[in-house]
Design a protein around this ligand. Structure first.
Ligand SMILES: NC(=O)C1=CN([C@@H]2O[C@H](COP(=O)(O)OP(=O)(O)OC[C@H]3O[C@@H](n4cnc5c(N)ncnc54)[C@H](OP(=O)(O)O)[C@@H]3O)[C@@H](O)[C@H]2O)C=CC1
Ligand SMILES: O=C(O)C1=N[C@H](C(=O)O)C[C@H](O)C1
Length: 242
């Protein structure tokens, strides 16, 4: 049985992943939190999953690299430097980083890319997300993932096209940009809506998570798949064949 180690095991996702292990035929190799040395867990596990906090990722990735252990990174709010560190680590170990491990969002990203490519820049793209009151990063990793999918459909990158929350006299919308807006409140697990607004008509492509088990099942599936892969940087689409 594949032994899965969890960074952030005591959190909402860490607990949901532990609950999903047995049904997937995996076993819990142990967990680590902010105060723990990440190396012993990396040595004990066949594969690691990280659902902790961006502040903890550097040490977790370094431990995975030092022990040669594959790692699934679900933690969001990552910096450009952290993405570069993931690229560097992927030269030595198997790494899968994603803002959303669910089947639904992975499919939604392909639909968004297709819609953005077919509709052209006169269709404005806006992404609205809502999460529970405890979430610490914004916009969500999923909103960024969907924004990247839309930008790639337009032959560009999100960093070139993104416009974050608008406040005050911001002027008329610039054609071809992708707007991002974040709402926070209550216990919302994770809602994402990609709006493609044309002249006189509008398309909305959405995903509404009802339970964290969808992310947990995807994370365990990704970990079991990643355990058998050579070094490289992977996406959920590679796991699910989408
Ligand atoms: N990719 C995906 O599909 C999904 C990603 N996420 C992301 O996963 C992450 C965790 O979410 P969630 O479980 O809701 O958050 P929680 O706050 O419930 O849990 C975070 C866990 O990580 C631990 N932790 C916090 N800081 C550090 C650190 N510096 N080093 C090591 N461990 C640390 C916490 O321990 P302590 O309590 O002691 O601080 C806690 O156990 C977030 O970034 C979230 O956006 C969430 C859902 C799905
Ligand atoms: O923090 C959360 O809860 C979630 N985070 C991920 C994100 O930032 O997109 C995935 C999901 O939406 C829940």
């Amino acid at each position: 049985m594949t032994a899965i180690g969890i960074y952030g095991s005591g959190g909402r996702m860490g607990r949901a992943i532990q609950a999903a292990l047995e049904l997937a035929g995996a076993r819990f190799a142990g967990g680590a939190e902010a105060q723990d040395d990440p190396l012993p867990l990396a040595r004990a596990a066949d594969v690691l999953v990280d659902f902790s906090n961006a502040a903890g990722l550097d040490a977790h990735l370094a431990a995975a690299r030092a022990t040669g252990t594959p790692i699934v990174i679900g933690t969001t709010g990552l910096s450009v430097a952290q993405h570069e560190a993931i690229d560097a680590a992927a030269g030595e170990i198997a790494v899968l980083q994603t803002g959303n491990t669910s089947l639904g969002v992975t499919l939604l990203a392909t639909l968004v890319r297709e819609a953005a490519a077919r509709l052209g820049p006169d269709w404005d793209i806006e992404i609205v997300e809502m999460h529970h009151r405890h979430k610490v990063d914004a916009p969500s990793g999923t909103a960024l993932l969907l924004g990247e999918a839309a930008a790639s459909g337009r032959g560009s990158t999100l960093s070139e096209l993104r416009v974050d929350e608008r406040v005050g006299l911001v002027g008329a919308r610039t054609e071809g940009t992708i707007g991002l807006a974040a709402l926070r409140g209550g216990s919302v697990v994770g809602d994402h809506n990609v709006i493609l607004a044309g002249e006189g008509e509008r398309i909305e492509l959405g995903h509404y998570a009802q339970d964290r088990s969808i992310f947990a099942r995807g994370a365990v599936k990704a970990a079991l798949w990643l355990a058998g892969q050579p070094a490289g940087r992977y996406r959920m689409g590679d796991v699910l064949g989408l």
